[in-house]
Write a protein that binds this ligand. Structure first.
Ligand code: NAD
Length: 336
């Protein structure tokens, strides 16, 4: 088996706890790996770096092309530009891919949810172009470029085709944001018609789309949307399958990929050893597939599915009493 070099960014809050657990699980699967441990977020400042995203961390991801990242804390309304936005823009990680699936043993309102959210990751309202027009009046610019809209639409249809998905739905608000969301829709329509007629194509205005998701998420397959909508709808969908503890993610570009859970640094439970590491472990499984280690990915997936189905060792967010490490140990035990 080839040895992989993977950048590991523990992050802030629960990040170090959940990434350490994920690292143990991935190593126990038999993955041959050299981890390059580097900081980002508040932790980077505490370690004496002058930026929340140190140049050394960025350079390592550029060099090794793959990273597993814990969440970082982003101060509200002040301070450095978000680490996540910087990472996605600087490394051109233009596609956020977030599978949302019903999990064995996790009782929720629906049993057969199986969706993938593809979120444009580099522009929209996350472009960071804000200004004060006059005192008391501020603006935030929403940016949509044809190149980025075509790129994400093509990625989403290609992903849908490779994964044998049936339909792709764009959530939008082009009735109000006629130019930006209008361009996003136009690009998706063009890619659908010209390149992927094999995938059923649908468009839904996002407010009605959210209602439909809650009423019956099993009607949706691949969802494609711009940056902010993808952020919001990801958490909404996480709530449909058991919460943020079970929702993994990947940020994919042509030159690099960063795998991370959808959840944040959860300061309310940080340092207590109770966070659910599963979302990071599942992000690790997406990373194994990306590295063409499909057999190891299946091994880890089979192990956590078995632990969930048994229902004896679950973390608090899933109704159990197990700690972060206990849950990881149960997964490791299933792989022996
Ligand atoms: P959050 O996702 O950190 O937490 C929301 C709720 O979910 C909390 O009650 C938390 O305890 C719970 N939760 C989250 N992950 C969990 C897990 N693995 N196990 C059990 N419970 C879990 O969202 P927030 O509180 O809005 O944000 C906290 C910080 O994280 C903010 O600074 C925010 O900017 C940042 N954030 C970072 C990322 C990232 O780095 N990718 C993503 C989202 C938010």
């Amino acid at each position: 088996m080839a040895k992989h070099t993977i950048v590991l960014i523990p992050g802030d809050g629960i990040g170090p706890e959940v990434t350490a657990a994920a690292r143990r699980v991935l190593e126990a699967s038999g993955l041959s790996v050299d981890w390059v441990d580097l900081p980002a977020g508040a932790t980077a400042l505490e370690q004496g770096f002058d930026n929340v995203l140190p140049e050394r961390t960025l350079a390592a991801i550029r060099a090794h092309r793959v990273a597993l990242k814990g969440p970082v804390t982003t101060p509200v309304g002040k301070g450095f530009k978000s680490v996540n936005v910087q990472l996605r823009q600087k490394l051109n990680l233009y596609a956020a891919v977030r599978p949302v699936r019903s999990m064995p043993g996790i009782k929720t309102r629906y049993d057969d949810v199986d969706m993938v959210i593809v979120r444009e990751n580099t522009e929209g309202l996350y472009s960071g172009i804000e200004s004060e027009v006059v005192p008391g009046v501020v603006t935030s610019l929403k940016v949509a470029s044809e190149a980025a809209c075509m790129r994400i639409a093509r990625y989403a249809f290609r992903y849908a085709t490779k994964r044998r998905r049936k339909s792709l739905t764009v959530f939008h608000k082009a009735n109000i944001m006629k130019l930006t969301d209008g361009l996003f829709l136009k690009c998706a329509q063009k890619i659908s018609e010209d390149e992927y007629p094999n995938i059923e194509y649908r468009e839904v205005i996002i407010d009605a789309g959210c209602m439909k998701l809650i009423q019956d998420p099993t009607k949706f397959d691949v969802l494609l949307m711009e940056n902010l909508y993808g952020d919001l709808v990801s958490d909404l969908c996480a709530g449909l399958v058991g919460g943020l503890g079970v929702t993994p993610g990947a940020n994919i570009g042509d030159e690099a990929a960063v795998f991370e859970a959808v959840h944040g640094s959860a300061p309310d439970i940080a340092g207590k050893g109770v966070a659910n590491p599963l979302a990071v472990i599942m992000s690790g499984v997406m990373m194994l597939n990306h590295l063409h280690e499909e057999a190891l990915a299946e091994k880890v997936k089979g192990a956590y599915n078995a632990v969930l189905a048994e229902g004896k060792t679950l973390t608090r967010d899933l109704g159990g009493g197990a700690g972060t490490n206990e849950f990881a140990d149960a997964i490791i035990a299933k792989m022996k």
